[in-house]
Ligand binder design. Structure first.
Ligand code: ADP
Ligand code: MG
Length: 270
């Protein structure tokens, strides 16, 4: 068995719903001054599946997530979430239906884990009984030890911080979960464990998930659908297996073979 085969999501496509897309990226361009981070990107993100966005550093992955959650506005084109355009007017309401884990986790250092997780629910005036019930659900989902709740982010392990970031993103029970390189900062052993746990969590949640990574190995592990970006444009989208068997461009071929080599080396060391 090749190293990438046994790590591939064993069950891609099993959750095909035939429903309308959850998120539509419609001819989106994003420029920062003279530099174009995304160029006329068209993409539909399927409901209740995991879509992985992959590509080298600087290709526009984080920019796309920030556009989806409405932190920044497209220079041209539109983004629709559940049919409604993400705009400065709609964003506050829509944001409550999107859980977002930023690249560095983004926990507030001066708040305990618990206060980080509960922040939004408190702002929305949830009763303490409702807050507690949701917190208990999330503790059992993520297996965060209860005693970690009282600690500050710098007193948590990398894996615990990642769980707390995930719990915070899930607190309001959003329709979609957007994760920007959620395991990027972790060392390889912890990372492998958390990959397994995260995938199990995604399966249990049955939500629309958009996960950003630059790691092909990780992409294959999570992806129902995969989208390869290069310099702000989509190079290929489809099933992970197609990326390996039928790379659409020379770039994809090179990207895949470079990372498959890395994956094989990692396998040989462990
Ligand atoms: P990725 O997440 O794929 O590594 P990013 O989306 O962070 O890439 O960045 C895409 C491109 O846009 C890069 O060239 C980056 O320098 C640029 N960029 C991103 N955010 C900003 C910003 N706020 N101001 C100027 N340039 C930016
Ligand atoms: Mg990024």
């Amino acid at each position: 068995m090749s190293p990438s085969t046994h790590l591939e999501n064993p069950d891609p496509g099993s959750r095909e719903t035939g429903l309308s897309p959850s998120i539509e990226i419609d001819h989106v361009t994003k420029a920062f001054g003279d530099s174009i981070a995304l160029r006329t990107v068209d993409l539909e993100i399927a409901r209740a599946r995991t879509t992985v966005l992959i590509g080298p550093s600087g290709c526009g992955k984080s920019t796309l997530l920030r556009l989806i959650v409405g932190l920044i506005q497209p220079t041209a084109g539109a983004i629709r979430f559940e049919g409604e355009e993400v705009s400065p007017v709609s964003v506050a309401a829509l944001r409550q239906r999107m859980g977002y884990v930023i690249q560095e986790g983004g926990l507030f250092p001066h708040l305990s884990a618990k206060d980080n997780i509960l922040l939004m629910a408190k702002q929305l005036g949830w009763s303490s009984a409702r807050q507690q019930e949701r917190l208990d659900t999330l503790l059992s989902l993520t297996k965060l030890p209860r005693e970690a709740l009282g600690r500050y982010p710098n007193e948590l392990s990398g894996g615990q911080r990642q769980r707390v970031s995930l719990m915070r993103a899930l607190m309001l029970d959003p329709d979609v979960l957007l994760l920007d390189e959620p395991l990027g900062a972790l060392d390889p052993m912890i990372r492998a464990d958390l990959q397994q746990e995260l995938r199990a969590i995604f399966r249990r949640l049955d939500k629309t998930v958009v996960l950003v990574t630059h790691d092909l190995h990780e992409a294959g592990y999570f992806a129902d659908d995969i989208v390869v970006f290069r310099e702000g444009e989509i190079e290929q989208r489809g099933r992970f297996a197609d990326l390996l068997r039928k790379p659409a461009t020379d770039f994809v071929r090179a990207f895949v073979s470079a990372q498959r080599g890395l994956t094989a080396d990692e396998g040989a060391r462990s």
